[in-house]
Ligand binder design. Structure first.
Ligand SMILES: [Zn+2]
Length: 84
């Protein structure tokens, strides 16, 4: 997603919807959201091409890619010692 850094919306930041990483004050370098997103997608950000997002940063993409062998750990039920 993006958030506005200036009250009048003249500056904005790109925020990762997953980890909260902020790439801030884009307007200083990039004129518009469209141009900013072009640059960020080149750097590995993915998500909706619209400013509302959601967007994910390259770090989050890597993390999910490397932690595939997870599965449901800790779903052990140790109850059921029925004595009658
Ligand atoms: Zn992230």
């Amino acid at each position: 997603m993006t958030m506005s850094d200036a009250p009048d919306g003249s500056d904005f930041s790109l925020v990762c919807d997953d980890c909260g990483l902020i790439a801030g004050l884009l307007r200083a370098h990039l004129r518009s959201w469209e141009l900013a997103w072009q640059q960020f997608s080149r750097y590995g950000w993915v998500g909706d091409p619209r400013a509302a997002g959601p967007h994910r940063c390259p770090r989050c993409l890597q993390r999910t890619a490397t932690s595939v062998a997870g599965g449901d750990v800790g779903a052990v039920t140790s109850s059921g010692s029925g004595r009658t």
